[in-house]
Design a protein around this ligand. Structure first.
Ligand SMILES: O=C(O)c1ccccc1NCC(=O)[C@H](O)[C@H](O)COP(=O)(O)O
Length: 213
């Protein structure tokens, strides 16, 4: 069964819909310019609500070390941090020293094979995720509903689990899986009625389509 992550959730009812439909991972965005932004206290509340039923991620862009450490210290229900943008080894070591079990997922923006990281680089993280490069007028570093050429992932091997993301929806996710070879997929925009507002039927349809093998 493929693994599914639903990103940008904001309310308990929609989290329940996603988990009941089979979502394995859920993501909560902390990025003030995003229509999916949540304060950290609310993210802890939602991650606590999720409990062991799914894997809860906080999604950040270019975070400071202070923000990473605050999450590691104050959000015990969160299982991982997904970071869009570079992270240096020292930052990672500081976070892991505070909470060794907190998983770190690095999100890469890609369009060509040459954008894919080396095996050595990926080994620094617990998970990696591949999303499309934002367009010049996009206001967000991720979650823009833009897809990339999934064929660049053909034959790709990673030393850690990897998610395919970017512009996925219930209609295209099976094609994306077969063209990329992904076993783990992530969606946000493709299950929304409008930016920041998830649609129950789209969430259920996506999970059903993505899990089908
Ligand atoms: O969703 C946001 O608003 C966001 C803001 C800042 C950094 C990352 C953000 N989202 C990442 C994701 O939602 C997903 O991991 C993924 O890239 C899905 O994107 P899409 O299905 O194309 O919306």
């Amino acid at each position: 069964m493929n693994t599914v992550k639903i990103c940008g959730l904001k309310q308990e009812a929609m989290i329940e819909t996603a988990i009941d439909a089979g979502a394995d991972h859920v993501g909560f965005v902390h990025f003030p310019k995003s229509p999916r932004h949540l304060e950290l206290a609310r993210i802890e509340e939602l991650a606590h609500f999720v409990g062991k039923k799914a894997f809860s991620w906080v999604v950040l862009a270019k975070p400071s070390v202070e923000l990473l450490l605050k999450i590691a210290q104050d959000l015990p229900s969160v299982a991982g941090i997904q970071v869009h943008g570079a992270l240096d080894a020292d930052m990672l070591a500081q976070v892991r020293a505070v909470r060794h079990d907190l998983k770190i997922m690095r999100a890469y923006s890609v369009s060509l094979t040459g954008d894919l990281p080396t095996q050595e680089e990926m080994r620094c993280y617990d998970y990696v995720l591949f999303d499309a490069k934002p367009k010049a007028d996009d206001k967000l570093p991720g979650g823009n509903g833009t897809r990339f050429n999934w064929e660049i992932m053909q034959g790709f091997r990673a030393p850690v689990p990897w998610f395919l993301a970017g512009g996925l929806d219930a209609e295209n996710v099976q094609i994306a899986i077969s063209q990329s070879g992904a076993k783990m997929v992530d969606v946000s925009s493709g299950v929304e009625a409008q930016p920041g507002v998830k649609d129950e039927k789209k969430v259920e349809a996506f999970i059903k389509a993505a899990r089908f093998e």
